[in-house]
Each structure stands twice: as structure tokens, then as C-alpha cells.
Design a protein around this ligand. Structure first.
Ligand code: FES
Length: 108
């Protein structure tokens, strides 16, 4: 297997109803992962980009969250409608989509 150019981690963490942190699972992360999977397959891109569901990656309150390496760029509050732009602009074009990135003040 060749080394992927980029690795997309989609948070798929679930928590019990009423948990104070909520979860990306409760906010629809499954649809995002499915859309990435579908588009990467449709575009024959699985040889270049790897997709992995992951546990919690940090800022649950602004999820669903998606993390792209090697840049370490995180996207927050996205839906499957944003997947095309992330693939075309970031994965293929090399420029992260600024409008969808996690706000810096989430890390303070
Ligand atoms: S549950 Fe997704 S970032 Fe915490």
C-alpha cells in the first residue's frame, strides 16, 4: 500500500444522551464519512487519500469535526454538503478551506 498523501479523520465519537460534551455522532458525522467514502471512491482517489473514523479529537461543542493530516487542519460544524469543497480545494488543490476551519479560540 502506498503512503497516502493525506489522511482524513472523521470523528465518529458517540456518547449517551444528555452527556454534557455531546458528540459528533449525535450531530451527523456518519453522513460526512459516507460522503467522503462515496466521493473518494467515485473519483478513484483511495490510492492517494486515506479515510478513517476516529474517536473524539477535541472540540466536541463545535462538531462534527474532521481532521486532515499532514497539515493538521481541522474542520468544524460541517455537513456532507461541505465535503466536495474539502476534496477539491484542500485534498486535490492543496489549499485548506478557510471558511470551514475550527476557530482558533476553541484551542485557548
Ligand atoms: S465528539 Fe467529536 S470531537 Fe469530541
Amino acid at each position: 500500500m502506498p503512503k497516502p498523501e493525506k489522511h482524513i479523520f472523521v470523528c465518529s465519537q458517540a456518547r449517551p444522551d444528555g452527556h454534557p460534551r455531546g458528540s459528533c455522532s449525535a450531530k451527523g458525522c456518519a453522513a460526512i464519512a459516507e460522503e467522503f467514502w462515496y466521493q473518494l471512491q467515485e473519483r478513484n482517489l483511495f490510492g492517494r487519500f486515506q479515510l478513517t473514523n476516529t474517536a473524539c479529537i477535541g472540540p466536541c461543542g463545535v462538531g462534527p469535526n474532521v481532521l486532515v493530516y499532514p497539515e493538521g487542519v481541522m474542520y468544524s460544524g460541517i455537513g456532507k454538503e461541505q465535503v466536495t469543497a474539502i476534496i477539491e480545494q484542500h485534498l486535490l488543490g492543496g489549499t485548506p478551506v478557510a471558511a470551514y476551519q475550527t476557530p482558533d479560540d476553541m484551542w485557548g
